[in-house]
Design a protein around this ligand. Structure first.
Ligand SMILES: Cc1cc2nc3c(=O)[nH]c(=O)nc-3n(C[C@H](O)[C@H](O)[C@H](O)COP(=O)(O)OP(=O)(O)OC[C@H]3O[C@@H](n4cnc5c(N)ncnc54)[C@H](O)[C@@H]3O)c2cc1C
Length: 632
């Protein structure tokens, strides 16, 4: 009976552990999903609708409204610079939201790989206009929006929305038709009794200010805004092209003309808003629910980042294991995986990249097998491979050899703000690391091995489109293909990176706590500077031998910092760890160990004898059998 009870308790214990682990995992998943929604360039305080693989279908596809979707990479500088404009657009077009949603999706989030691949996104940011009742399919990825100028975007959108209205079977859209001769006396015909006023605005030809104004009042149930272009028809409504551009008409046919401060939709909107406010009319209540803010989570995350940044700032030049791993994760699990088709030069570039990663892999034992297997898989192809197949193979290998990564967040590349640093920083670190490993070892004599792999990777996979263009131009200008030896390859990349630092110093994407400097700073390596710095040119006079040793030092696997790594057991022990182990071993000599063993055996023997004596004594006492009361 007792055995059954014990068994039951053990089973119950395991059930409780499994259930609570499941709960914790579910919570963790939800948190991660929420994080990916909140960690891009937009958050729930913006009017931009944040899309992901979870909600894209229900918000964008087969809807009664249109959408403008920005496909961006949260680490791409160009996308970061464009984000304030896009937020402004979303603010300004917020009144249009029953008809048009301004949305964005972060293609740097792994869970969005499939969508970004499906929509064939080749450059970042890419904006696509997606009409009502849209179904994605081959050659049907929405209409590309080529401009990033705010008023041009508005203009394009207004035109597309008008065109939709003519062709598509959509309900509850505004009436974009110009007022015609026959309309003048029948403006209220077909309108519900809620509509107390029709407001007509003058729209000069080849302009969209009338359409924009109509859309601005789309959500006001008491009025309908119409546009008029024909001067004669306008005159019948007391509108002219010079002074009175707006007229309000009530159900009794009373017409009141209004002036506008300018010929813009903004000025028209202000005039009409003052009129509506005077009538105490209000907008329809909210229909779009924005992503719930998880402020607590963000605050926690921010606090963690602050701790990391504090640590990293103590030794700004250190290279961190976590960043190298995050670069590998980002390149393989996100950037390569989201490419539609990998063929010709792109396939070669992937093979070269995986070849050098396989040779000088900074990951632990599991990660090494993972990269080797992935490299072997990719090498089988000589024509083409799809991003989807590559992603499937990555997922398969990951589940076979997991855990692969010892870290899952940036350390040296952590930004002081969510939109700074991160992936691009880690990509630089990874390639610097690879150039140094190639120079430190004799595995290959090819001076271009790493630079060629990097050039191909940046050209064909790097999601920061304008970075890739700049890098290729710089490679030609700096004669990358003439690099004579492996040490010079280390220095080539160092100098190229400094050129980028120079160009970006003071840029809006710069992290205020990590300003772009010529690397290494004097405080990190005073010997790298030949004194004095040339005052005429203000150019740094480098001692390149010292720079080379400095770079070789900071990228030496022995000195790569493991700060912030969560699973150090996956990595090879450092020399320091081995030394500590050996020191423990060295405290006792072989003789000491043997003596210890003898003592151990002796003690066990003594305990057995003592037990036997005690048990035997107890057994002998029993036949006399007196209890405490002296009864037999
Ligand atoms: C190939 C490439 C091209 C890019 N081109 C552009 C571009 O054209 N426009 C744009 O806006 N962004 C570009 N970026 C991104 C940009 O360079 C930075 O990565 C980004 O602004 C983040 O900067 P950061 O402060 O994290 O430091 P990063 O410049 O990313 O540097 C990362 C780390 O590398 C070390 N480091 C810095 N300089 C050197 C050096 N010279 N040698 C060795 N180590 C160094 C430092 O420890 C630093 O913290 C590019 C990125 C890459 C990988």
């Amino acid at each position: 009976m007792a055995v059954v009870q014990q068994l039951f308790a053990v089973v119950l214990f395991f059930v409780v552990i499994t259930v609570s682990l499941g709960g914790i995992l579910k919570k963790y998943e939800a948190v991660m999903k929420q994080q990916s929604l909140e960690l891009g360039l937009y958050n729930s305080s913006d009017k931009v609708v944040i899309l992901s693989n979870v909600n894209l279908k229900e918000i964008v596809l087969q809807q009664n409204h249109s959408s403008l979707v920005e496909f961006y990479n949260s680490y791409c500088g160009h996308c970061k610079r464009f984000a304030p404009t896009y937020k402004k657009l979303a603010d300004e077009l917020y009144p249009w939201r029953s008809v048009l949603r301004i949305c964005a999706i972060d293609c740097a989030a792994e869970e969005n790989n499939e969508i970004c691949r499906e929509y064939e996104i080749m450059a970042y940011p890419t904006m696509r206009y997606i009409g009502p009742h849209f179904t994605a399919g081959p050659q049907n990825y929405g209409t590309p929006l080529e401009t990033q100028n705010l008023s041009e975007i508005k203009n394009n959108l207004a035109q597309w929305l008008v065109a939709e209205n003519r062709t598509a079977n959509i309900t509850n859209w505004p009436n974009f038709q110009h007022v015609t001769e026959s309309d003048v006396d029948t403006l209220f015909e077909g309108l519900g009794s809620q509509k107390e006023y029709v407001i007509v605005v003058y729209e000069p030809e080849n302009s969209t200010i009338g359409v924009e104004t109509i859309l601005n009042f789309q959500r006001w149930s008491n009025v309908q805004v119409r546009r008029v272009t024909d001067n004669e028809i306008a005159a019948k409504l007391k509108i002219d092209s010079a002074k009175y551009k707006i007229a309000t008409i009530d159900r009794k046919g009373n017409i009141v003309p209004y002036t506008s401060l300018a010929d813009t939709s903004k000025a028209y909107t202000e005039t009409i808003s003052s009129f509506l406010n005077a009538q105490h009319f209000t907008e329809l209540p909210e229909v779009v629910s924005s992503t719930a803010a998880n402020l607590l989570l963000l605050a926690e995350r921010q606090h963690e980042n602050e701790e990391i940044v504090k640590e990293v700032k103590k030794n700004k030049h250190l290279v961190y294991q976590a960043d190298l791993e995050m670069a590998i994760r980002g390149t393989i699990f996100n950037e390569v995986s989201k490419v539609g088709e990998i063929s010709n030069d792109r396939l070669l570039a992937l093979q070269r990249f995986l070849a050098v990663l396989n040779r000088y892999n900074p990951l632990g034992a599991n990660g090494k097998i993972f990269i080797t297997k992935l490299y072997e898989y990719v090498m089988q192809f000589n024509q083409q491979l799809s991003g989807k197949d590559f992603e499937n193979e990555v997922t398969k290998l990951e589940s076979q050899y997991k855990p692969i990564f010892s870290a899952n967040h940036y350390v040296g590349c952590t930004g002081s703000q969510p939109s700074t640093r991160g992936f691009t920083c880690s990509v630089w670190q990874l390639f610097h690391y690879l150039t140094v490993q190639a120079a430190r070892t004799e595995i290959s004599q090819d001076p271009l091995e790493i630079l060629q792999a990097m050039h191909g990777y940046i050209k064909h996979f790097f999601g920061c489109t304008n970075c890739a263009e700049h890098f290729q131009a710089m490679a030609t200008k700096r004669k990358i293909w003439s690099t004579p030896n492996k040490d010079d390859a280390v220095l080539w990349l160092w100098a190229a990176h400094n050129e980028v630092n120079n160009r970006l110093a003071g840029d809006s994407t710069e992290d205020p706590l990590f300003p772009k400097i010529q690397f290494p700073s004097q405080s990190s390596c005073s010997g790298c500077y030949k004194q004095p710095i040339s005052p005429a040119t203000m150019e740094t006079n480098w001692d390149k031998n010292a720079v080379l040793s400095f770079l070789k030092n900071i990228h030496n696997p022995e000195y790569i910092s493991r700060y912030g790594v969560e699973h150090e057991e996956l990595l090879q022990p450092t020399i320091e760890k081995l030394r500590q182990k050996r020191m423990i071993g060295n405290v006792f000599s072989d003789m000491d160990m043997r003596m210890g063993m003898l003592l151990y055996v002796f003690c066990i023997g003594m305990m057995v004898i003592a037990f036997k004596l005690f048990a035997f004594k107890g057994y002998r006492k029993k036949p006399y059998g007196h209890d405490l009361l002296g009864k037999v």
